[in-house]
Ligand binder design. Structure first.
Ligand code: ZN
Length: 512
């Protein structure tokens, strides 16, 4: 069936970029996407079956970064980037086995751990490259290779004799990670309409996405909330629902759109925090909308979650044209995502090796209450040469591109920005337009743990807008009963965590 879309994603070079967008796109291009060393590391793991050692996810990096690279290229039309991406595609095609299998797992260990997840990202990355590729012959070669890649999965995964059910192909998260291959399976089906591919997608849909319950039925019934689902891993679950949306786009069956919209609204209501990410307990849905005011010793607000939330909202925006999805993308980009970008060249000492190096281009976790950035590298895996990478660093580029691509389509807003305070659980937070504000102990050189009692005049907060300093978008002096406090945009706070330490906080105590 022919699906009607409200908007089409801008083509190569069509997106309208402002100076801020260019700054971030240039940063990720230079620091990451043009690195042939990195692409070689990400490709070599397929040749050496590097994930055999711990049933790991080194095989996700290539496809995640390729998707990001292709979306960034869509924005910038940078020919150098195209050449590097094309080289990486050719190198991975060469790493395919004789029967077309492409995996970082040996056959004796395949369909376990994160194998299907990693192959999902190969499909995803390759199909994104097809969208920007200027060589029809190469597109056909890639699609041939992706057909073989998928055939090798379909013959091993299912309910037939000698096959492994898709929800049993991983011992993590009840198999939802594997089931998220749904989206690129349908993407390939749209390009090569083989009924076997649609049947495989329908089989994944019938499993409901995990071994512990039918996630689609749960979303349709709308009785329990995403943080109460049988598995609550935020990133992988959203990634599965991206696939459910793709199933709607192919079949036109309205209930799948309804399931995704229900899921998305409940995530928004119960788990998306002020900065536009989810999960305040590790990387899990956990009713973060409420928990975001608490101090968390553990990691929280994973960058992979930010980007996947933005992507899910982007798909719903293109499909429905509803501006609320673009607003949510903006909130996530300006706050959680931009905050995670390690713009400054700092030096960190690695805990085990003592090696001194720069942080990865993206931080993995974002604090909300009295904590610092740089709290660990999510999805960390080492390569055989001792170097390493992380899941969030590999996904970030996609977010930096999705934001301007979608912003280019939205209707211009003319609402005046206001400082309006949010109160929850005895804490207070401030936003100005789409920006979340925070206190930063280094910028203020003050104890930011002390409670604040904002002054009001005629029901309005009393504040002064100051010229932003380098790296900032907003600088506000807020009058309180005990003097003025400095609030600046969240993304600019705590950025020199490796050099200066210090803490930042979105939520501030406000009770005596
Ligand atoms: Zn991550």
């Amino acid at each position: 069936m022919k699906m009607e879309y409200a908007y089409r994603l801008p083509g190569i070079g069509e997106a309208v970029l402002n100076e801020r967008d260019k700054k971030y796109l240039d940063f990720v291009t230079e620091k990451q996407l043009l690195s042939e060393t990195l692409w070689k590391s990400f490709t070599d793991v397929f040749r050496t079956k590097a994930d055999d050692v711990d049933l790991g996810w080194r095989g996700e990096y290539w496809g995640k970064m390729m998707r990001g690279g292709c979306l960034v290229y869509r924005c910038t039309a940078d020919k150098r980037l195209y050449a590097v991406l094309k080289g990486a595609v050719l190198a991975l095609l060469d790493a395919a086995e004789a029967d077309g299998r492409i995996s970082t797992y040996s056959r004796s260990l395949e369909c376990a751990g994160w194998d299907i997840w990693c192959r999902k990202y190969v499909l995803t990355g390759m199909l994104h490259f097809c969208d920007i590729c200027d060589d029809n012959k190469l597109v056909e070669r890639i699609l041939d290779a992706m057909e073989l890649l998928l055939e090798r999965i379909i013959e091993r995964v299912g309910t037939g004799a000698g096959q492994v059910p898709i929800t049993e192909t991983s011992n993590f998260w009840l198999g939802v990670n594997s089931c998220s291959i749904l989206e690129p399976v349908l993407d390939l089906y749209r390009r090569r309409t083989k009924e076997r591919f649609l049947a495989f997608a329908s089989y994944i849909i019938e499993t409901g996405g995990c071994s512990g319950g039918d996630l689609i039925a749960l979303a349709l019934n709308d009785d329990i909330l995403p943080f109460q689902y049988p598995e609550n891993k935020a990133y992988e679950t959203m990634s599965f629902f991206e696939g459910v949306l793709a199933y709607y786009e192919v079949t036109g069956e309205e209930k799948y759109l309804r399931a995704v919209q229900n899921f998305t609204e409940r995530v928004f209501e119960t788990d998306i925090t002020l900065i536009g990410c989810a999960g305040c307990t590790h990387e899990l849905f956990d009713n973060s909308a409420d928990k975001q005011t608490e101090y968390a010793e553990t990691i929280m607000q994973e960058t992979c979650v930010t980007v996947t939330w933005m992507r899910l909202c982007a798909k719903l925006f293109l499909l429905t044209g509803e501006q609320k999805y673009a607003d949510r993308i903006e909130r996530s980009a300006l706050n959680a995502l931009f905050g995670s970008v390690n713009l400054f060249d700092q030096k960190i000492t690695m805990p085990k090796s003592g090696e001194v190096r720069s942080p990865l281009p993206f931080d993995s976790y974002s604090p909300l209450f009295m904590n610092s950035r740089g709290r660990g590298i999510g999805g960390l895996k080492h390569f055989s040469d001792g170097t390493f990478y992380g899941c969030c660093a590999a996904i970030g580029a996609a977010g930096l591109a999705v934001f301007p691509l979608i912003s280019s389509l939205r209707e211009p807003g003319n609402k005046a920005w206001e400082l309006s305070a949010y109160k929850r659980n005895g804490r207070i937070a401030f936003t100005y337009g789409p920006y979340v504000l925070a206190r930063d102990s280094v910028k203020e050189n003050a104890d930011i743990r002390l409670p604040v009692f904002p002054k009001q005049k005629d029901g309005r907060l009393c504040f002064t807008l100051l010229p932003p300093e380098a790296g900032e978008c907003l600088r506000i002096l807020l009058e309180t009963d005990t003097g003025k406090i400095l609030l600046t945009d969240y993304a600019s706070c705590g950025k020199r965590w490796a050099d200066h330490g210090g803490i930042l906080s979105v939520w501030l105590p406000c009770e005596r």
